[in-house]
Every structure is written in C-alpha cells, then in structure tokens.
Design a protein around this ligand. Sequence first.
Ligand code: CU
Length: 75
Amino acid sequence: MSEVVLTITGMTCGGCVNSVTRVLQATPGVLQVSVSLLPSEAKVSYDASSTNPEQLSKAVAEAGFTVTASRFPAA
Ligand SMILES: [Cu+2]
C-alpha cells in the first residue's frame, strides 16, 4: 500500500470535499481517502499496482479541482 497527499485548489466548502472524496473513492486501486478543507488536501491510500498519483490528480481535475502538488508522507 502506498500513500500520497495531494494539495488541491478550488475546494471552498463541504460539498467540494464530498465531491473530491467521491471521485477519489471511485478510482480503481484507491483504498482509503481523507479530504480536508484546511489545509486543502487529500490523503489517499492506494494500491500502487493499480493506480498512481498522476491518475489520482486526473480524477480530481475531472471533478473540477486542481492538484497543485503531491507529496509522500513519511512512512
Ligand atoms: Cu464547495
């Protein structure tokens, strides 16, 4: 299992948080999602053989938000 934190711009309310959570959860290979508004980011646990941060960023973009950075939290 891998974990990445995506910094997201464009989220302004709980509805946005729900939208981002939903698209990430619907992405194959995603195991767990935790989205917050402050800071505006998504912590995603995923199966690295099924998906990757690029695909996760693309899913967020398709929902109308922008991923401006990604980082891997210390294990
Ligand atoms: Cu919103």
